[in-house]
Design a protein around this ligand. Structure first.
Ligand code: M6R
Length: 614
């Protein structure tokens, strides 16, 4: 939610900031703004409702010079998305400009106090309170900018990643974070700030990840100093980024989502690299092996997640329970954290999150940690908040996911959960070596099988055109395929704005069947596994009510083909590995329907990639 970027150095700041905002636009895109300090130390601020392109249009009419600046792309929380509420926000005198990602929860109390002191507010945002408070404290106590930021942050409750500049101080950015991500890039005589490393990687691969309640005083002359809110010096560790530029560019694809769907054979090979033994006898998931006694003795595994990650968790539940015979509970992080859950010290709580920053997942994990459970993270974004607070974990290693609709992260999460279940099953002897070897051998074929499914792209694009009329879709699956149905429905609704519901196929007759008529498209995952025969009965029920059936079937299937209106054939695999394959045509179907409807697939309305507010 919201992307922030800052630059101080010897180059023109504006082009770096705009490029940075474009890379961060996946985080929010309802308004954008930039603040620049020019040679005369004038503070120029430009803002626009809409996307970064709208900001560029606005800024092109004005002075965009300066070697220092901060910029922001917004996902509105407090105050509607308009020009006034867009960041940067300024203090009463107009001397201080601030950008913010997060939420100031006690903004109303502080605002009331500041209004009593005679301060006038221009916007409806929580953020403006922070910049006004900084100046109020600075003036009242004769503080430097950094000191005023420290004092102000001690008074706020909530989450923040901020960057602040002030008139007359053209060498310094003050940045700080708590529960929202912030990276400082360290170049030669130039420094960067970003919500993630994507705006930075083009210029330097050296970064500092700030911890909660740390303040970075970033000076062109003196470099980066990191201090606590109480001004205690912190030894800032410089890390090297293992990110390359082509990972964050479209590489010839029209959308990041399509690029990321097509990357899956490669991303899953990366996910398995070094973890699947060559002779297929063993899986080496070090986070689990290093803590194998904890895993073996776990009373229960709880997986907490949101959105697509929650769907991957449901598949994990099947995998772990089937292979390891350990009870698993899957929880929405937002529900878990507020319902006073029972957590035992011998529970293992796994947080599943692509971004590693989702506020609800992070808070739920903290709760589990406080209750004494062993906490484990399965994340994609390296160095993000969840991996930094967990006892152990496994990265999914699928590379940056930029399309707001999650695709390659989902298949990476399911693959890591599969490897986790295999590792634990081997340790608990709940699987024979023979079964394990055939499972590992089959897992190793999955990237090639996905490559084959991607050849269906043109066929799926043609069929997608037929369904742009639809106002509703139903997705059905059973067993391992039920979470795939949920995921297919979520993918469709978030990027095409068509209402879609996923159901366990047998539940249909308990209500949703009433919706079926000749207009209703029903996507059925009917691969030749598990409850295939029972699914055929469900398909017959739809057929007799004239629903339009789009089926995902195993290669060579004739029975479902005879019943369905449209079929996508995918290679056969073991039942527990089916979800990773059957989800691919559903990703492509949603993508093409959304494109046919002219929707912005990479940046769907009202959404943001990292949900860093609850
Ligand atoms: O970064 P996370 O995996 O924690 O994100 C969770 C959800 O916000 C995310 O999966 C969301 O549902 C996606 N837009 C789905 O495509």
């Amino acid at each position: 939610m919201c992307g922030i970027v800052g630059y101080v150095g010897f180059r023109e700041a504006y082009p770096i900031l705009i490029k940075g905002l474009k890379r961060l636009e996946y985080r929010g895109y309802d308004s954008a703004g930039v603040a620049l300090l020019d040679q005369e130390s004038d503070l120029n601020i430009y803002k626009a409702k809409g996307k970064v392109a709208d900001l560029e249009l606005e800024a092109s009419k004005h002075d965009i010079n300066g070697n220092i600046g901060i910029a922001h792309t917004r996902w509105a929380t407090h105050g509607e998305p308009n020009q006034v509420n867009a960041h940067p926000h300024t203090s009463e005198s107009g001397n201080i400009a601030l950008i913010h990602n997060g939420i100031i929860e006690n903004y109303a109390t502080i605002k009331a106090k500041l209004i009593k002191e005679g301060i006038t507010f221009k916007s409806c945002t929580d953020t403006e309170v922070l910049v006004q408070l900084i100046e109020f404290l600075q003036k009242g106590h004769n503080l430097t900018l950094a000191e005023a930021v420290q004092q102000a942050l001690k008074k706020v409750v909530g989450a923040y990643a901020i960057a602040v500049i002030e008139k007359g101080n053209p060498d310094t950015i003050v940045a700080a974070r708590k529960s929202s991500p912030l990276v400082v890039g360290v170049g030669e005589g130039e420094f960067f700030v970003g919500s993630d490393a994507s705006p930075i990687i083009e210029y330097t691969n050296k970064v500092i990840y700030l911890e909660d309640e740390e303040v970075a005083i970033i000076s062109k002359k003196d470099g980066v100093r990191v201090v606590s809110l109480n001004n205690t010096e912190v030894r800032a560790e410089i890390s090297e980024l293992a990110l390359s530029l082509d990972e964050i560019e479209k590489g010839g694809y029209p959308h990041f989502m399509l690029k990321e769907i097509f990357e899956q054979p490669k991303t899953l090979r990366n996910c398995m690299r070094g973890r699947v033994s060559k002779n297929h006898k063993n899986i080496v998931l070090s986070g689990v092996l290093d803590n194998i006694e904890k895993f073996k003795n776990a009373r229960r595994i709880i997986i907490i997640a949101c959105g697509t990650s929650w769907h991957a968790a449901l598949i994990g539940e099947h995998l772990i329970e089937n292979l390891c015979r350990v009870p698993v509970e899957v929880e929405y992080a937002s529900e878990f954290r507020y319902r006073n859950p029972i957590i035992y010290k011998d529970d293992i709580v796994i947080a599943l999150s692509q971004s590693g920053e989702t506020a609800d997942t992070l808070a739920a994990l903290m709760l589990a940690k406080e209750a004494g459970a062993f906490i484990y993270g399965i994340c994609n974004a390296v160095g993000s908040s969840i991996p930094r607070i967990t006892d152990s974990g496994s990265y999914i290693h699928v590379g940056p996911e930029i399309g707001v609709a999650s695709t390659k992260a989902f298949t990476g999460q399911v693959t890591v959960l599969t490897m986790l279940a295999m590792t634990l099953a081997k340790a608990k002897h709940s699987i024979t070596q023979e079964d394990l070897t055939s499972l590992i051998s089959e897992l190793d074929t999955i990237p090639d099988k996905i490559q084959k499914i991607l050849e269906l792209n043109d066929q799926i694009a043609d069929i997608a055109k037929i369904f742009t009329y639809a106002k509703n879709f139903i997705y059905l699956g059973r067993g391992y395929s039920y979470p795939v149905a949920l995921e297919g429905a979520l993918k469709l609704k978030e990027i095409s704005y068509i209402h879609a519901e996923g159901y366990p196929a047998a539940e249909m007759k308990h209500g949703p069947i009433a919706l079926i008529d000749q207009e209703m498209p029903i996507v059925v995952i009917a691969t030749h596994n598990g409850m295939y025969e029972k699914l055929i009965s469900n398909i017959q029920e739809i057929k007799s009510r004239h629903g339009k059936i789009i089926a995902i079937v195993s290669e060579g299937d004739e029975t479902v083909k005879a019943l369905a209106d449209y079929c996508f054939e995918i290679p056969s695999t073991l039942e527990c590995l089916d979800p990773v394959l059957s989800t691919i045509p559903l990703q492509l179907l949603s993508y093409h329907i959304a494109v046919c409807k002219g929707k912005d697939v990479d940046q769907p309305r009202n959404l943001a990639k990292s949900v860093t507010v609850e």
